[in-house]
Write a protein that binds this ligand. Structure first.
Ligand code: ADP
Ligand code: MG
Length: 613
């Protein structure tokens, strides 16, 4: 077959070094060589497609653009053939004999920086074509350029220092790489094994891939196609395939951008939040591609933590296959990519919220918790996230919610702060003692039902320049409103509060007359600066340290209430009984506040009080 004698070449020194490491490494994920070779084939086909746009004279111009893999488990060979641009003799020398290309260069550079022969670097950088030598006894590359008039050649090497090139007749356009496998790597000559690897890494290569004559990549790179030409069903099928889901997605965002980075992204929100259903914490799973070739199916550091519910694909031409999170430059690139995508997704949610509020609220019911997490922890996106939060409030109907922006539009000119109350549900908050003072002053209070809300509100701190304040906080100062007739005098009130404090002793930190009570006789306020009542409850539920600390409670009394007027009379007339009443008032207030921790003393006391009726 050969028309010339083979010519022998020495590999460049760097390539020798690289091959030495690749061949002798015990790198465990050897299967990535398939990805590397398929991606080279895909690149070559892509280049041909571009060449076809500008050149008329192309060899085998009518031949289909495809990738064919064949396995032979008897001969222990794997062959990867493509109908791409191929290579001339000079290109074989240049591309496969020198360190001209990026990935391997970066690999060597990283090796040079550290002194160790760190095999994990192979995985981080990929070593492109040379990765074949992890599994090969010998590699033969049959190549014929698209340029008419160029003969075909075979390049061959066992990876030990040198390679040979020989002219070959009768080759079609493109490249064919024949790998004679090492005995211990015979698995890569099995149809099943290669199929599995192709599904994993190359499912979305946009050229047909055939394995032993069977087409394997049925799903195309949907995200690179125009939105208008894609049907809903296609999107849904793709989502199910990619996210291993059984239902259609709840929301979908397909977008592309050219600046600051070239991005094609197709993102999905699933129907359900499985974390909310009690399943394990979600793992980030938006896959990262570079020109249709998978770089990482689950990049940890692409998107912020709170977006871990997102599924889909991000493809950027600005990345390289061999992107490494170890180098500062690539890390910055990934960061930037993540920021662009996050910003775009937040804009999308904002549009949903304004244009399709029902759809947004359905999303919020499942995934709102992630937005809260982001609002509390992700400083970069906090402002956009806080805008998306929704709460019921004292002014909304049951199950209807409001945004903070809408709350602000309803604030009177006097109101400087945004108030909220945390409680188990609407009834619990409405029947508690805190709300009435705000209602009496026409102040709206947001209702927070989720255990994380308190933490979120504390971290968010303010919105639109207005502080977020817990309505049950001891420091809340409310404007005076006209006092109803018939209250205890100021002097009597003073006497009574002093007496109650003395009677209750250490159970309360402070007793004072309240300006926030309208109907209720008394109210208990947590006065612990470091632990809110709600936090304390949660810690108790989780049995954490700190719950044995004494509770710090302020008792506020309502000098207008009949109970207090009666108590003022009894405290001198029947001090024993009055003391029991004072204790009971505190317990009642603690119950309303959800702060009563031990109800047993109450039972005996109640019987004593009942005796005296
Ligand atoms: P990279 O793909 O990062 O450039 P590789 O080591 O994978 O690095 O490949 C080295 C070079 O060899 C490629 O840049 C390309 O020019 C050439 N090459 C590899 N495989 C093929 C192929 N199937 N067809 C044409 N050229 C190829
Ligand atoms: Mg490559």
């Amino acid at each position: 077959m050969s028309t010339s004698t083979p010519q022998k070449f020495e590999f460049q020194a760097e390539i020798k070094q690289l091959l030495d490491i690749v061949i002798h490494s015990l790198y465990t994920e050897k299967e990535i060589f398939v990805r590397e070779l398929v991606s080279n084939a895909s690149d070559a086909l892509e280049k041909l497609r571009h060449t076809q746009l500008t050149e008329k004279d192309i060899l085998d111009d009518k031949v289909a653009l495809e990738i064919n893999l064949t396995t032979d488990d008897q001969a222990k060979t794997l062959t990867i053939q493509d109908t791409g641009v191929g290579m001339t003799r000079a290109e074989l020398v240049e591309n496969l004999g020198t360190i001209a290309h990026s990935g391997s260069k970066a690999f060597l550079k990283a090796l040079g920086e550290g002194d160790q022969k760190n095999t994990s670097l192979i995985g981080q950088f990929g070593v492109g074509f040379y990765s074949a030598f992890m599994v090969a006894k010998s590699v033969k590359v049959y190549a014929r350029s698209w340029r008419t008039g160029e003969p075909g050649h075979v390049w061959s090497s066992d990876g030990s220092g040198s390679y040979e090139i020989e002219e070959v007749e009768g080759l079609a356009r493109g490249s064919k790489i024949v790998i004679e496998l090492k005995d211990e790597c015979a698995e890569y000559a099995s149809d099943g094994r290669i199929k599995e690897i192709l599904e994993r890494y190359s499912a979305f290569v946009s050229f047909p891939i055939n394995l032993n004559g069977k087409h394997v990549n049925t799903v195309t790179a949907l995200w690179l196609r125009g939105k208008n030409e894609i049907k809903d069903e296609e999107y849904n099928e793709f989502y199910k395939f990619q996210a291993h889901a059984y239902e259609d997605p709840m929301l979908r965002l397909h977008f592309s951008a050219d600046a600051p980075l070239a991005i094609n992204a197709l993102l999905f929100v699933p129907q359900e939040n499985t974390e909310r259903m009690g399943f394990a914490r979600l793992e980030p799973s938006v896959a990262l591609y570079c020109r249709k070739v998978l770089i990482d199916a689950a990049p940890k550091d692409l998107l912020p933590e709170w977006l871990r519910f997102l599924k889909g694909v991000v493809d950027s031409e600005d990345l390289t296959l061999n992107i490494s999170r170890e180098t500062m430059q690539d890390k910055a690139l990934i960061d930037k990519l993540g920021k662009v995508i996050t910003k775009r997704f937040l804009k999308f949610l904002d549009e949903e919220a304004t244009q399709r509020p029902d759809s947004f609220l359905k999303f919020y019911a499942q995934f709102g918790i992630f937005l809260k997490e982001g609002a509390a922890m992700d400083f970069t996106h906090k402002d956009q996230l806080v805008k998306l939060l929704r709460f019921e409030s004292s002014l909304t109907d049951k199950t209807k919610s409001t945004s903070l922006a809408d709350y602000v539009t309803r604030m009177g000119s006097e109101q400087k702060e945004i108030y909220y109350l945390v409680g188990a549900n609407r009834t619990a908050i409405e029947s508690g003692p805190y709300l009435e003072a705000f209602k009496a002053r026409n102040l709206e209070v947001l209702f927070c039902y989720e255990p994380v809300d308190e933490y979120v509100m504390n971290n968010v701190r303010e919105f639109d320049g207005k502080k977020l304040i817990a309505a049950d906080h001891a420091d809340v100062k409310l404007a005076e409103i006209p006092k109803p007739e018939g209250a205890l005098s100021e002097a009597d009130t003073k006497t009574l509060t002093a007496w109650i404090k003395e009677s209750l002793g250490d159970r309360v930190t402070e007793v004072k007359a309240s300006d926030r009570l309208v109907d209720s006789p008394a109210l208990a306020i947590n006065s612990d600066k470091f632990m809110s009542a709600h936090m304390r409850r949660m810690m108790k539920a989780m049995n954490k340290d700190g719950v044995d600390l004494p509770q710090r409670v302020n008792l506020e009394i309502n000098p207008r209430s009949a109970v207090m007027k009666r108590l003022f009379e009894t405290h001198t007339a029947a001090p024993e009984k009055a003391k029991l009443v004072a204790e009971q008032i505190l317990d009642n207030a603690l119950i309303s506040a959800g702060m009563l921790e031990d109800a047993t003393p109450m039972v005996a006391r109640m019987y004593k009080l009942l005796e005296s009726v």
